[in-house]
Ligand binder design. Sequence first.
Ligand code: ASP
Ligand code: MG
Length: 630
Amino acid sequence: MGVVVQKFGGSSVKDAESVMEAARKAIRAKHAGSKVIVVVSAQGSTTDDLIAKAGQITSSPSAREMDMLLATGEQISIALTAMAIHELGERAVSFTGPQIGIVTDSTHRKARIKKIDTVRLCEALDSGHIVVLAGFQGVDELGDISTLGRGGSDTTAVAVAAAVKLAGYEVECEIYTDVDGVYTTDPRIVPDARKMDAISYDEMLEMASMGAGVMHSRSIEFAKKFDVPLMVRNAKSDAIGTWIVPEASWMSEIPACGVALAADEARLVLEGVPDRPGVSHRVFAVLADANIAVDMIAQSVGEGGKATIGFTVLNTELDRTKKILAPIVAELGAALNETGKVSKVSVVGAGMRYISGVAERMFQALAIEGVNLKMITTGDIKISVLVEEDGAAESGIIEAPTGEPIKKAHLESKKAVRGRRALRAVHAAFALPLSRKGAGEPPASGEFKPRPNPLMVAASKDREAAIARLEGMEDVLVSGVHLNTEQSRVTVHDLPDKPGNCSRVFNAVATGGILVDMIVQNQSGPAKAELSFTVPRADLTRALKRTQDVVREIDPACRVVGDGDIAVLFVLGVGMRTHTGVARTMFGALAAKGINISMINTSEVCVGVVVERARGEEALACLTEAFKLG
Ligand code: ASP
Ligand code: MG
């Protein structure tokens, strides 16, 4: 018999009526033949209210006591939900995280799950109870209550689903919230955004981290790692939501499934960094030690022995980042520049691995809008650009997609005026409002049903063994390292930093039918950008010629350089961003071997670097060892 984990967010249990509705959904699933686990968040704004209460007493509450306080929110919800189920005539039993054996580390307020004991949980299920479980909380090894970080109930739900799956059950996880599913982009900004019927874990990870905001990224990492099928759906209706599942072949039939905007990031540029082994490692190790999550990293090809490293961090981490980097910046004789407010616009889709011209289509749409690109990075299934926001609000660009005057409440949105315009343009350029597979049209039924999970092979009803497998369940999972020695690189130095220039370059390359893989663009000096991209080695000469011809028209002063002597290495996995140490391990392993990194490119599920071709194999070997994949 299968298990359904149903997670209800704060808005879906905010009052008695919502709690009764959640109880009805759980009972319906049970009557349909499933064992049911309900995971609930604190009601409505309870968590915020509790934080405010603490604030009335102290501005620096102890993290341990905060967890003691915050965990009470979920405890209210589980008791009420269990009572509601009883009231409707079904059996239910509620448990807090500590009661059910959700063991975490001791990082209060952002604890990570270490293991889940499924004994009591499975006993309750097997005896016919609906299990109602508090999200967001656990217990550390000292017996102290911990919480998983804001929005952490999603993570509880998926982690519990994974644990139950390892105990031998078939499992599905439904995330009930106040939206109908995952959209091609934020429907509040782009009114013709469509609800998707299915999206792959990787696509969702790339979308979520960029502000799609429907689910907690960590929970999607879990789902991917343990292969738990998820559905995001509306708590107020019975409509089918969006499945988040392993990648299926039909997902690659379109170049992009969605576009996303993140307006909460700040961009920093390290200029004049010595171009030698170990430098990027030192920079990112310092940040990882301080637990600062770096999102985009773009290191472009150095000139005159100096390289430029651009990267983004959350706005809220900006000051801390600058402070932490100051000593090392001084020591390297580099300069750390902060480049004002930016928005990040990304296009995501499994199909871009196989379909050429995606970058070109995106850059062209942005060029037509007159949007200037401050930084570009590419992942396996994502292209991200940074758009400058400063001055946009004053320059008369008006935000009013629906023709309504801007309301006070929308003042917030003025922050990302250019980002929003860019988002709309890119959404339209990929024809995402149209109905088609992956962007709204349901795929053939059954196609995204759970597939056999390699982890399941060894799964059994042997609970001890299952529990042992859950040890360290939140450890980062790097699934593979790949070496590609078939690529070459084209670099344009001193490209004038103006809207449309990247578009022209990629248009010239794409019309030659050349598939561009990795793209990195950074600002290299005032009003100048440095643009590098890789193409198949066989196409280098043609790509160079086409690039040279077009940049000559743009500005005869820019220089184009080709390099056939490169190797591209990718580390793929989950949790590349939330686990700040991945880049550190990767750069550290290369530094230890004295291998110089000439280009870096990151996304949520992939970190790519370029090294000298002669050292490609050696780099592959040392990364395989560093991530224990050998
Ligand atoms: N109640 C917690 C919060 O508001 C956890 C959650 O809602 O997922 O952050
Ligand atoms: Mg909440």
